[in-house]
Design a protein around this ligand. Structure first.
Ligand SMILES: Cc1cc2nc3c(=O)[nH]c(=O)nc-3n(C[C@H](O)[C@H](O)[C@H](O)COP(=O)(O)OP(=O)(O)OC[C@H]3O[C@@H](n4cnc5c(N)ncnc54)[C@H](O)[C@@H]3O)c2cc1C
Length: 398
């Protein structure tokens, strides 16, 4: 695989850098990059960034051109990802743009594509994912939220849990059971789009250690959902749900973000503890091991990207990306805390009260939050143990 850039690609890189400098200047980066406001709420600078992306036609580069994608080559995507991550540009919520949209353009009706894709592309609507339930996480097919047909509507009753950003979401894509008598549990599931403003929906926060409130439980009581909001065929939702998960897992790997965090870790190791870590062979070895593994994972990511660009979908290899990507994220976050030494100790008051610091050296509180929240990365999107089962079956053929 040739990773050198040709003249056209270098010109594209310059174009991207100029665009970022114009619309996401240094001043905005300090605020946006450090998790400075609660998840799901946008600063003025972030909104300006999304508006500029839409105006340029770059808001959803991965989508098919027919629906507003850019038609970039894999290398252009690679350049875009690296440059925007390096500059800590805001990232459009994955729920709409990366997870739901591929389901809608693959299986949604023309009317659904016309209604739901433009607001996602223009970052005007916030989605959340209603898959997990109490008692249905890894074993998702055992979900019990029930949807019963009543004329032109479904009446939905049940409970979802761990629903990220439900408290700020306008819509939820939701798995519901529409048939309770099928031989296989997967066969009776449907994929519904539910307006979060519908009567009968209640959202309750679940507070996590080090988090500023991102996850929730959601109860649905006699919620009426138009049949027009059913994606594809009734009882066939499992197929669409699985397709969505491969896109979700590829995104969770977060390789470009890990590269940025690794750069910050190196800076920390050089400055903190009076520079002692620069001479510490054990610490340096841990750092280099992570760097090598990250480079290897990047090659796997590029192969997946090439498959997608050639019209394929990310397959079971997205599980490999998810496992290694989240493990590396956690190791980098742990090493940052190790590098911070004394300042890596928890600050319960600051975490609970949502204070922004400054506490300890620059970025210490942010590192601590990332380390704590990062524990969830190997659970969400399907736990890493489940990903290993998928690799065993779908890749190794056991
Ligand atoms: C921060 C966070 C955000 C989330 N956001 C969302 C969201 O927005 N929407 C949504 O729908 N869900 C969300 N989830 C839920 C997430 O998808 C589930 O937590 C995950 O699928 C695991 O399910 P569970 O929590 O029920 O654990 P369980 O399924 O009960 O698993 C418990 C443990 O047993 C292991 N295990 C279970 N079955 C097997 C097996 N067959 N083989 C080997 N090991 C096994 C698991 O790996 C895990 O370690 C979120 C979770 C977290 C933590």
């Amino acid at each position: 695989m040739n990773l050198g850039l040709d003249d056209a690609e270098r010109a594209f890189q310059i174009d991207v850098r100029e665009f970022i400098d114009a619309h996401w200047p240094e001043g905005a980066r300090e605020v946006g990059g450090a998790m400075a406001h609660p998840p799901g709420r946008r600063s003025v600078a972030e909104q300006h960034w999304y508006d500029a992306l839409c105006a340029r036609g770059w808001s959803v580069p991965n989508w098919p051109v027919a629906h507003g994608g850019t038609g970039w080559t894999p290398t252009q995507h690679y350049i875009w990802d690296r440059e925007t991550t390096r500059a800590e540009c805001p990232v459009m919520s994955a729920f709409g743009a990366r997870m739901l949209a591929p389901v809608i353009y693959a299986w949604g009706s023309t009317a659904q594509q016309a209604k739901f894709l433009p607001p996602i592309r223009e970052a005007r609507v916030q989605w959340c994912q209603g898959y997990s339930e109490p008692g249905a996480g890894s074993d998702l097919a055992s979900l019990r939220t029930r949807a019963v047909r009543d004329g032109d509507h479904y009446v939905v009753n049940g409970a979802k849990t761990w629903t990220t950003e439900a408290h700020v979401a306008d819509w939820m894509f939701c798995l519901v059971r529409t048939n309770t008598t099928t031989e296989r549990r997967q066969q009776g599931i449907s994929f519904l789009l539910i307006d979060m403003a519908s009567p009968g929906i209640e959202v309750h926060p679940i507070l996590l250690l080090g988090d500023q409130h991102s996850v929730n439980s959601v109860t649905l009581t006699d919620v009426r959902v138009p049949v027009a909001n059913l994606i594809g065929e009734e009882n066939h939702g499992w197929t669409y749900a699985k397709g969505l998960l491969t896109h979700e897992r590829t995104g969770i790997a977060g390789i470009a973000t890990s590269q940025v965090r690794l750069g910050k870790l190196k800076q920390m190791a050089a400055c903190e503890q009076d520079g002692a870590l620069a001479e510490d062979a054990v610490f340096q070895r841990k750092l280099q091991e992570v760097e090598i593994e990250l480079m290897a994972l990047e090659m796997t990511e590029l192969r997946t990207l090439a498959t997608v660009q050639e019209g394929g979908a990310p397959g079971p290899e997205s599980s490999i990306l998810k496992i290694k990507g989240t493990e590396l994220r956690q190791r980098i976050a742990d090493l940052q805390i190790e590098a911070l030494g004394y300042y890596g100790l928890p600050y319960p008051d600051d975490l609970l009260l949502g204070n922004e610091g400054p506490v300890g050296p620059d970025g210490a509180l942010d590192s601590l939050r990332r380390m704590l929240y990062g524990r969830a990365a190997s659970i969400l999107g399907g736990s890493n143990e489940i990903q290993k089962n998928i690799i065993a079956k779908a890749v190794l053929g056991f």
